[in-house]
Design a protein around this ligand. Structure first.
Ligand code: HEC
Length: 183
């Protein structure tokens, strides 16, 4: 018996073989090229998000927290002013007091990122907040350092430092304000 003539189905035409080779090649090229085009976009998006969050910790406004604290301070304390000018010697003492008493929560640069403050809610205030620099009266800051915020309606983690003298507290007020203006 003679061998049956192979049908076209058993021997696909040459162009189909070419397609088998070219299709994966085309797909690989497509993925490579499109991948190459998409990647910079992905990086841009990631950079933008990174930039936004970095900005948010670097120089945010902070007005919600600052005004919330201010609301807990008695009205008449807000206008208090230091009875005598804060001297450089007082500021030097304030720096060492800040480093031992405050940096653990407010961070060495006053960015609110000290280890003991990480679990607090609200977080220790970042003295670089624009709202702290522009909208918190020094008298209110003096009152908060002296009395803390735990016994106010705000009930937050800022302790009272009533053991310090008024002069020492005024020096700390000036010190944290200057700290928050450092780059
Ligand atoms: C146990 C952590 C902790 C320590 C220690 C601490 N703080 Fe605070 N401080 C906070 C928290 C939390 C807030 C924010 C409270 C809020 O938002 O209600 C705050 C807020 C403040 C504010 C904003 C209040 C205002 O009216 O300006 C100042 C200023 C301040 N702290 C200064 C100090 C100084 C100075 C010291 C050291 C003598 C100190 N803090 C030590 C936790 C701390």
């Amino acid at each position: 018996m003679a061998e049956p003539t192979p049908s076209p189905a058993q021997h696909p035409p040459r162009w189909l073989f070419a397609l088998y080779v070219l299709l994966p090649l085309w797909a690989a090229t497509y993925l490579f090229v499109v991948g190459g085009l998409v990647q910079p976009e992905v990086h841009t998006v990631a950079r933008t998000i990174e930039g936004v969050s970095r900005g948010a910790t670097a120089a945010p406004d902070g007005s919600e927290q600052v005004l919330g604290i201010l609301a807990a301070v008695p009205q008449d304390a807000r206008d208090d002013r230091p009875p005598r000018p804060v001297t450089e010697a007082m500021l030097a003492e304030a720096k060492s007091q800040y480093d031992t008493l405050c940096a653990v929560c407010h961070g060495p640069q006053g960015r609110g990122d000290g280890p003991a403050g990480a679990a607090l809610n609200p977080r220790p205030l970042n003295f670089h907040f624009r709202a702290f620099q522009e909208r918190m009266p020094p008298g209110a800051t003096h009152w908060v350092i002296k009395n803390g915020l735990g016994n106010t309606p705000r009930r937050s983690g800022m302790p009272a430092f009533g053991q310090l003298s008024d002069d020492q507290i005024w020096a700390l007020v000036e010190y944290v304000r200057r700290l928050g203006r450092q780059p």
